[in-house]
Design a protein around this ligand. Structure first.
Ligand SMILES: [Zn+2]
Length: 81
């Protein structure tokens, strides 16, 4: 019987770069809105953007690109806030 020293390296802790959001890895994010604390998730088929706060509860609410642009530029506030 031969003892083998299996060297195990558990080095998967650095698989995510800084600022990555693994829960949204398959979607597009508007960085200008994300930088303002918005969810900023873009629904790719329609080009609409979620303007809810980051890590909001419930499903995303997608708004027209023009609305998203207004919010990104600070020209508008989202109803309900
Ligand atoms: Zn959202």
């Amino acid at each position: 019987m031969k003892a083998e020293n299996a060297v195990t390296t558990a080095s998967d802790a650095r698989s995510q770069p800084d600022g990555a959001r693994p829960d949204l890895s398959n979607t597009n994010i508007r960085e200008d809105l994300a930088g303002q604390g918005r969810c900023a998730l873009v629904h790719l088929p329609t080009g609409r953007t979620c303007l809810l706060p980051l890590r909001h509860h419930g499903p995303c609410e997608f708004h027209r690109p023009q609305e998203a642009d207004d919010v990104a530029a600070g020209r508008a506030t989202v109803a309900g806030e």
